[in-house]
Design a binder for this molecule. Sequence first.
Ligand code: 5GP
Ligand code: MN
Length: 314
Amino acid sequence: MLDWTSATQTLKNASQILVVSHVNPDGDAIGSTLAVGSMVQSLGIPVTLVNESPVPEKLSFLPGAENILLPSQVKDRFSVIIAVDAADISRIGNCQQLFADHSVIINIDHHGTNDEFGKINIVKADAAATAEMLYDWAVYLDIPISRSLATVLYAGLLTDTGGFRYSNTSSNVMRIAANLLEQGAESYQLADRLLETISVRYLEQLKTSLATMQITLNGKVAYLVSEEEDNDGLVNFARNIEGVDVGILFRPSDENHIKVSMRSRQIIDVAAVALEMGGGGHARAAGCTINGQMDEVIGAVLEKVKEAFKGVKE
Ligand code: 5GP
Ligand code: MN
């Protein structure tokens, strides 16, 4: 079990808590935000949940998702903040405007690139999801796992392991998942809504985006371009091609920036590549946002990936 002593002490002494996570939240970010919300509430401490981005439509059915506010909807300033699934402070975005002077951040995360931006840092790079760590905290706090807490924790585990398929799917993940199912999480419903169901809009952009796929660097790298924000899983099509180790998705995030998502099978540590370009993540899934136009960004990223392959012993 992780050392939850100081996080627990700070939590229990707080008069109110702010919970934040990363911008453009995924299933683990929202699931973990809701899980901490539910846990803090069951200790009888007032809690506010905030994200810079609205909750994605796909995750809005999760119990309590309607309680996640935009920073502009919150008037209070908070002295104790719990940040979940965020590798560095910039990932929290403008939620920082809600921090009081001299506030204390409890940073709970599973990214190897986490820079320990909190006063209290609980970082476990080999946890599959932040939700996996939070299950541990709930047990430590002796909080009963309600059906809704089980659901949001399961959502984090399910999405960050790609449906219990990625290399982070450990026996511990499976044991926790089994416990969560026993507490009322519904495996089929959650997999159907979070992984299987796609919108017509997503299908349309899948068609357009797959047509942009390029395979390069002797078949070891594949990349594609998407114009849409909702491109969950799209990058896997690149990574999944036989013989490919690194799959990359490029998306313009505004006029001057390209969001880069990288996935690798087993050779390249894409977190290290992303870190060099100002981003971060995990060895097998990482990302960054780069200033520039599409062609130059693609060229620059491919160059970095090529260098990374050079550093690998054949
Ligand atoms: P995605 O490609 O799905 O956006 O992100 C993959 C992984 O990389 C996630 O764990 C995400 O948190 C991390 N990641 C993506 N973009 C960034 C970034 O700009 N900075 C950092 N530190 N991590 C990122
Ligand atoms: Mn995560």
